[in-house]
Write a protein that binds this ligand. Structure first.
Ligand code: FAD
Length: 387
């Protein structure tokens, strides 16, 4: 074991992936999570082929393939159920070398957690301050028994959309903004076979993803002002999507009202000038919170983690240069994916004018299958660094 120590701020999918990547390269890791319990809120998750490859590199691919559901996305329908674009799933798998994976977030989070030494995970630990110079870093946090200070060779800021680490180190950087859409999601028991696919309507999108073990994850996203809430969110989803094509009404009928989550979609619209300052590296939503339109937010966090582990394989030795390499490998790609996600949302879920919808439907129907496949596979075609 090298004697290098990393403190990871945040125990979400990004933070735990980073901790695991570093742990596999023999770092001692300390994960500080402010919540009282280490768990993942939210329903399911689509992990594209790049994310699945990242999880393979972390040694978790086989377990997650067993508990999740492997399937390439089937395509896009209109709200009457007519296919606008179909993807040749077998060809996609052949090109990418793996399927995408639908998983329950709780399963992914638990699998990551269980791969780490229990002693490295600290809950009720709210990070208040991070300091770094070229030679060392320090993290101050408040635990249940009062304030603590930790020395670290490396600090990983994986504290999500509203990252305190980002705000502290890049104080002038614009805060995340509202994308203009609200999203409902749920994971439900639904044993009937359903293809992983999305459906577009005016200013709206409904997606369904089998996540293994007879469970299905659905989401519905809609153009809306921010801050909306309904006393009964499932009823609100039914108002908007209840007359869409089968099996959407059946999925909503099979959804217990209390499992429906609702979130407004925010993203870091202005890209950061760097993911690294001194011995601090940002990762996941803290670095590049993106809209969910390409299903890539967690995937990019997993990629970040794998690359961070790889560049830090020699421990604290040469760390500043390793972090420069991390920034160079991760920033252009993750920011390109974030930009593409905004564009995908503009052309997809957010489009609402009837003429634009008709033009889009015509364009999609005319697009040859191989072109649709290429555009869907574009960002999923990533491989972890070798060695
Ligand atoms: P987070 O999950 O936000 O974790 C940050 C953690 O840091 C939290 O546990 C928080 O409590 C903790 N924390 C914060 N501040 C502090 C502090 N000061 N001290 C200590 N701890 C702190 N991505 C996909 O790949 N596929 C999808 O299908 C997909 N669908 C999505 C659907 C929706 C509606 C949304 C909103 C997002 C979706 N995403 C998807 C994106 C994905 O959920 C995120 O990109 C991913 O979860 C980010 O993980 P993270 O660990 O970076 O951040």
């Amino acid at each position: 074991m090298n004697d290098a120590h990393a403190v990871v701020v945040g125990g979400g999918i990004g933070g735990l992936s980073a901790a695991l990547a570093l742990h596999r390269h023999e770092w001692r890791v300390t994960v500080l999570e402010r919540a009282a319990e280490l768990r993942e809120v939210g329903a399911g998750l689509s992990l594209m082929a790049n994310a699945v490859r990242g999880l393979d590199a972390l040694g978790l691919g086989p377990a997650l393939r067993r508990s999740g559901h492997g399937e390439a996305p089937g395509g896009i329908r209109d709200r009457h159920g007519r296919w606008l674009s179909r993807v040749d799933a077998a060809e996609m798998v052949r090109q990418l070398g793996t399927t995408a994976l639908g998983v329950h977030r709780a399963t992914l989070h638990r699998t990551l957690r269980e791969a780490l030494p229990a002693s490295s995970l600290h809950t009720n630990a709210e990070v208040e301050h991070v300091e770094s110079d070229p030679d060392r870093a320090e993290v101050r946090y408040r635990g249940p028994d009062g304030p603590h200070t930790l020395d670290a060779d490396l600090v990983v800021g994986a504290d999500g959309l509203r990252s305190r680490v980002r705000a502290q180190l890049w104080p002038q950087h614009p805060a995340p903004v509202y994308q203009g859409s609200t999203a409902w999601r749920a994971a439900i028991a639904f044993p009937d076979p359903v293809p992983a696919a999305i459906t577009w309507g005016p200013g709206a999108e409904f997606g369904m993803v089998p996540i293994g073990d007879g469970q299905l994850y659905w989401y519905g996203a809609l153009n809306a002002p921010p801050g909306g809430h309904a006393a009964d969110e499932r009823a609100a989803v039914r108002d908007h999507f209840g007359d869409w094509h089968a099996p959407i009404p059946a999925l909503l009928a099979a959804t217990p009202p209390d499992v429906v989550l609702r979130n407004d979609i925010h993203h870091l619209a202005v890209p950061l000038p760097s993911y690294v300052q001194g011995r601090v590296a940002l990762l996941g939503d803290a670095a590049h919170a993106m809209t969910p339109n390409l299903g890539q937010g967690a995937g990019q966090a997993i990629e970040d983690a794998v690359v961070l582990g790889a560049v830090c394989a020699r421990g604290a030795e040469g760390l500043p240069a390793a972090l420069v390499a991390y920034d160079a490998q991760r920033r252009p790609r993750s920011q390109a994916v974030a930009r593409a996600s905004v564009v995908a949302g503009r052309f997809g879920q957010r489009l609402h004018h009837p003429i634009a919808l008709a033009l889009r439907a015509a364009a999609l129907r005319l697009t040859p299958g191989r072109v649709a496949l290429r555009s869907m596979a574009r960002y999923a075609d990533w491989r972890p660094p070798v060695g």
